[in-house]
Design a protein around this ligand. Structure first.
Ligand SMILES: NC(=O)c1ccc[n+]([C@@H]2O[C@H](COP(=O)([O-])OP(=O)(O)OC[C@H]3O[C@@H](n4cnc5c(N)ncnc54)[C@H](O)[C@@H]3O)[C@@H](O)[C@H]2O)c1
Ligand SMILES: [Zn+2]
Length: 345
């Protein structure tokens, strides 16, 4: 399990920072935190940093906006950061996407370092160079591809992460195992999400995602396998936003994986036994979700960015441990898969 030297995983944050700053010289260092990582995570690293300033923005997806980006650009400007300065981003996927976007555009781009503090950002969002903000209600609508100077991953930050956030991030790890590594899948499914070895699993996910991204940086082919669970999952997440039972991303993706394994089995890509194993484990960890009406759900599915023209295209596992992408799926089968989420088993 290898990945590029710019990505480091270590249980000691001081070690990560010492090694990084011993190799790099910057005129100024600015740390970006959100209102939660300011209290929970900054104190863990502040004494291991060179002289620096701090920018704090409000936490949450609702703040992944142009307005927040403008605040960050303004503060970088007022602090006179030049092109040889760097921004260290200490937070989850929202902050990484937003902060990375701000750094990539400030003076045509300064170095930034991601120090992801949620499980989801450690195994997914901080890998692959996608940066951006939401705009006009559209997620990640404005953005760029750019790699950080380094990604420093420390599982220690997970200690303060709320359990529901931890469980949500775990769904991406499960996804990586199902589409790439049947042995690892057998390993994780013997225990609950609170008994996992995070450092081991983070290394596994990072190695897998970096290998996929290296082969297909701008998602023309192979990278699409990472969308397993996300066609149906995203639509469930979107529909849940209108209800009092808002789903976290990973909870929606877990239900999406169950429904997409149903489709995979219907298309004879996966066996009934494998589908049953995935469903049983995911239900055990995530419970079941309230499903929307088909009339509300299908229009959302049809808008999915992964589709081509009128066809619904999905990434599906073909037996556990491998996957294929751009599999065409009929609307009828999508409807059946959604109904299967309600069925008792
Ligand atoms: N760039 C990509 O490739 C990519 C991939 C997947 C997701 N994303 C993006 O990631 C975002 C979701 O990321 P997320 O789930 O990390 O959400 P997040 O950044 O909103 O973090 C979740 C919550 O946990 C808090 N938090 C973070 N670290 C903490 C810690 N150690 N202790 C206590 N609280 C902490 C945050 O303040 C926030 O309230 C979405 O905007 C999504 O679009 C990007
Ligand atoms: Zn996801």
């Amino acid at each position: 399990m290898t990945f590029p030297e710019t990505i480091q995983v270590h249980s000691d944050p001081q070690q990560l920072l010492d090694v990084f700053f011993s190799k790099r010289q910057y005129t100024q260092v600015m740390v970006l935190v959100d209102s939660n990582t300011a209290g929970n995570c900054y104190k863990v690293i502040r004494n291991f940093l060179p002289a620096h300033g701090v920018i704090e923005v409000p936490a949450g997806e609702a703040n992944k906006t142009l307005e927040t980006a403008a605040v960050v650009w303004e503060k970088l400007t007022l602090a006179n950061l030049d092109r040889h300065s760097m921004l260290l981003i200490l937070g989850g996927g929202v902050l990484g996407d937003l902060g990375g976007f701000c750094a990539s555009t400030y003076k045509r781009g300064i170095d930034f370092v991601l120090m992801p503090t949620t499980l989801l950002s450690q195994v997914d969002a901080s890998i692959g160079g996608k940066l951006g903000i939401d705009f006009m209600g559209l997620k990640n609508h404005i953005g760029v591809f750019r790699e950080p100077a380094a990604t420093l991953i420390c599982p220690l930050f997970l200690r303060t992460l709320p359990q529901r956030e931890l469980r949500s991030g775990f769904a991406e790890i499960i996804k990586h195992c199902i589409i790439s590594d049947s042995e690892k899948w057998q390993h994780i499914r013997t225990r609950g999400y609170l008994e996992q070895d995070w450092e081991l699993l983070i290394r596994h996910s990072v190695a897998f995602k970096t290998a996929v991204v290296a082969k297909d940086p701008v998602e023309k082919g192979l990278r699409k396998i990472l969308n397993f669970g996300h066609t149906i999952g995203h639509a469930l997440e979107t529909c849940s936003l209108q209800t009092p039972d808002r789903l976290f991303h990973g909870e929606a993706i877990a239900a999406g994986m169950i429904a997409e394994c149903f489709i995979s089995r219907e298309l004879s890509l996966m066996s009934a036994g494998e589908e049953h194993d995935v469903k049983t484990y995911l239900r055990q960890i995530y419970g079941s979700v309230k499903t929307p009406q088909l009339s509300e759900f299908m229009p959302v599915i049809r808008q999915d960015k992964k589709n081509s023209g009128v066809k619904i295209l999905m990434a599906l596992p073909e037996r556990i441990g491998s996957a294929r992408w751009d599999v065409e799926v009929s609307e009828e089968l999508v409807g059946e898969a959604l109904r299967s989420l309600d069925a008792k088993y």
